[in-house]
Design a binder for this molecule. Structure first.
Ligand SMILES: CC(=O)SCCNC(=O)CCNC(=O)[C@H](O)C(C)(C)COP(=O)(O)OP(=O)(O)OC[C@H]1O[C@@H](n2cnc3c(N)ncnc32)[C@H](O)[C@@H]1OP(=O)(O)O
Length: 165
């Protein structure tokens, strides 16, 4: 079973939605409008095999040093073949190229991320002045990072994790 990981194209967006939908139904991942996915297509990498989309993941920049890995999904038939790890490695390489030194994620997959160098965090990890700037972001994932009250229902049971690159 061979696959490759590459930058997403606009033609991948429907496939990303198809990967995402079951996990949104199960309230594991945050739902996205189609337009939001098109707007964020440059944040995504995808894994494909024989022209079929088998995984995706995105890197969202939040601040000068800080990014978030989000929307990481591998198709059921491809779990435990290294695809998720390869997507995370690709997103980490992008993060380094961009000059980021810290990567955040909010996840139920604590062991998976812990084995890739992420550690659970409790407290806020940005200075008050950065926090107040991030409050101005319209992005729902940033609101989750800030742990704002109106997104608490999305984040229940998730673990906040951080990796220093
Ligand atoms: C920040 C966020 O986006 S959080 C959301 C995370 N996504 C979800 O919750 C959606 C549902 N979950 C998933 O889609 C998947 O379970 C993911 C993305 C978390 C992991 O994807 P996978 O492709 O299964 O990951 P991958 O195969 O790299 O590693 C999983 C385990 O499979 C095993 N494995 C990896 N490669 C192989 C291989 N070639 N042969 C046999 N076993 C393997 C290992 O045990 C590995 O665990 P470890 O490396 O941590 O010890």
């Amino acid at each position: 079973m061979t696959y490759n990981v590459r930058a997403a194209r606009t033609s991948d967006v429907r496939g990303i939605l198809a990967l995402l939908d079951p996990w949104v139904q199960r309230r594991v991942l945050l739902g996205k409008e189609v337009v939001t996915l098109f707007e964020a297509v440059q944040e995504f990498v995808v894994a494909e095999s024989d022209g079929e989309l088998i995984g995706c993941g995105a890197l969202h920049v939040m601040w000068e040093d800080l990014g978030e890995i989000r929307t990481l999904i591998v198709a059921d038939g491809w779990l435990h073949h290294g695809v998720g790890g390869a997507i995370v490695a690709s997103l980490e390489a992008r993060a380094r190229e961009l000059g980021l030194t810290r990567l955040f994620c909010l996840t139920f997959e604590v062991d998976f991320f812990a084995r890739r160098g992420f550690s659970p965090i409790g407290e806020q990890i940005v200075e008050p002045d950065v926090y107040s700037q991030l409050l101005r972001s319209p992005d729902e994932g940033v609101a989750e990072f800030l742990d704002l009250a109106h997104v608490k229902p999305n984040t229940l049971g998730n673990t906040r994790m951080l990796k220093h690159l």
